[in-house]
Design a binder for this molecule. Sequence first.
Ligand SMILES: [Zn+2]
Length: 50
Amino acid sequence: MCFRAKPKCWNCDGEHMLLECKLPRNQGKISENKKIFMASSNQQQRSKPT
Ligand SMILES: [Zn+2]
């Protein structure tokens, strides 16, 4: 898996970053998406040493 060109909002799944989201924050969804993001970025760091 490689990086997508467009960011994905952790709050509403829109094509923008969480910081740019205009919708009310869904904290449960945000932390769940954050967990998934952290897990996948950890795997990328492991398989691709600098
Ligand atoms: Zn959003």
